[in-house]
Design a protein around this ligand. Structure first.
Ligand code: AMP
Ligand code: GLY
Length: 414
């Protein structure tokens, strides 16, 4: 029997831990640092997800057989390199491969070089040159900070004033750190997430899902880390998926090998179905959040075997349940801006569908809010309408004074 360590603590890790707990080959799951929900099904270890030395020491001490990494910060900090150097099995990309997510400029150059369809772009490190460029272009225009910014480093500027203000934040005031800005052509069409299990040039797709990045109904308001997700997607055909696999995901995995940065882990394609074909919006080097919370509940095969087969170079058997899943995030009022923490959450024991904790804590015996995104309620159905109706019924059982959620998750599908 095997011991698994999951690094991270949000809803994505809750879903990973839950799926690992179902494996017939796993006797114990640890999660560092985990959260209040994960603590109910696994052993949480109070180590920060970026404290690589302490995580490795823990893995050595417990003789962990497999480590899986959730958040990008740990990957970008080199957790995989450290574990590999110590001979510990770990599923995730090295620091050199994580750059596909941690630098938008790298990702754009790679796509350019290998003819992968994406929006046209220019990169700037000078505020003046960037402003001059947007003055000569059309609106809306898309400004992306070239580094990790927790999903908040992208601004869609509708006019010059908005563009100047965002460029000032990113290039003069170093709001996300000192760095460059990628200015991109604005594309239109439904977005979808295609996550793939990857080892080198071997690429195995998961079912496509759709995230809802804007804070409010009707896809209005600021970008967030994700307010809900669902799968499957009626507007993405099998041909679309084949195209995305053959023209985007497989060529990019092969390109990373050719560039001397072989990718192992989950390669997340944030894609858009535009009138001129499917194009890349972004890549992530990890499981998506909140997509993982709706995709993994459909996994029917053994998760531990799947991951270790991929790591060991065997062809994995991957089976997905033929059903729909839909999940809605409950977030603290004010998110993605500033918000208060510590509000009691009641009624959660009555929820009958999967409930993933994102930012919760236990204070004096009560479950309380402790993050921007707090929980995600997910339901399965024979179709999306059934899954949606179940989720919104279950959500009503949760009582908390400081939470809000979107009422229209899945609207692209109906
Ligand atoms: P990203 O972090 O790159 O995924 O961007 C966050 C969100 O901004 C995306 O999910 C899109 O909704 C939007 N976005 C990013 N790039 C573009 C683009 N070139 N055209 C239109 N919308 C975009
Ligand atoms: N759902 C978007 C992300 O994981 O970055």
């Amino acid at each position: 029997m095997n011991k698994v360590l999951v690094v991270g603590g949000g809803g994505r890790c809750h879903a990973i831990v839950e799926t690992m707990c179902k494996s017939a080959f796993v006797s114990q799951v640890y999660c560092a640092p985990g959260n209040a929900g994960i603590a109910e099904i696994a052993t949480c270890v109070p180590i920060k997800d970026t404290d690589i030395d302490a995580l490795l020491e823990f893995a050595e001490k417990k003789d962990i057989d497999l480590t899986i990494v959730g958040p990008e910060a740990a990957l970008a900090a080199g957790i995989v390199d450290a574990f590999q150097a110590a001979g510990r099995k770990i599923f995730g990309p090295t620091k050199a491969a994580t750059i596909i997510e941690s630098s938008k400029d790298f990702a754009k150059e790679l796509m350019d070089k290998y003819n992968v369809p994406t929006a046209g772009y220019q990169t700037f490190d000078s505020y003046e040159k960037a402003v001059e460029y947007v003055r000569g272009g059309s609106f809306p225009t898309v400004l992306k900070y070239d580094g990790l910014a927790a999903g908040k480093g992208v601004v869609i500027a509708e006019n010059l004033a908005e563009a100047e203000s965002a460029l000032k934040d990113m290039l003069l005031d170093d709001k996300f750190g000192h760095g460059k800005v990628v200015i991109e052509e604005f594309l239109e069409g439904p977005e979808f997430s295609l996550m793939c299990f990857v080892n080198g040039d071997k690429v195995y797709p998961m079912p496509v899902a759709q995230d809802h990045k804007r804070a409010f109904d009707g896809d209005k308001g600021p970008n967030t880390g994700g307010m809900g997700a669902y799968t499957p997607l009626p507007f993405i055909s099998k041909d679309d998926i084949d195209y995305a696999m053959e023209k985007i995901m497989k060529p990019v995995a092969a390109a990373m090998v050719a560039e001397g940065r072989p990718f192992c882990g989950v390669l997340y394609g944030g894609l858009m179905k535009t009138p001129s074909g499917i194009k890349v919006i972004e890549f992530n080097a990890r499981f998506g959040d909140p997509e993982t919370e709706v995709v993994l509940p459909r996994l029917q095969c053994d998760f531990y075997c799947l991951i270790t087969d991929i790591l060991d170079g065997f062809t994995p058997v991957i089976e997905w349940e033929d059903c729909a899943t839909l999940g809605v995030v409950l977030a603290s009022k004010g998110y993605p801006g500033s918000y208060e923490k510590g509000y009691a959450i009641e009624g959660f024991t009555k929820v009958e569908t999967p409930l993933y904790h994102m930012g919760t804590a236990v204070s004096k015996g009560d479950l309380v809010t402790s993050g921007g995104r707090v929980m995600m309620v997910v339901a399965k159905g024979e179709d999306l309408a059934e899954a949606r109706d179940k989720v919104y019924k279950e959500i009503k059982k949760l009582k908390c004074k400081n939470l809000f959620y979107r009422k229209d998750i899945g609207h692209w599908a109906f």
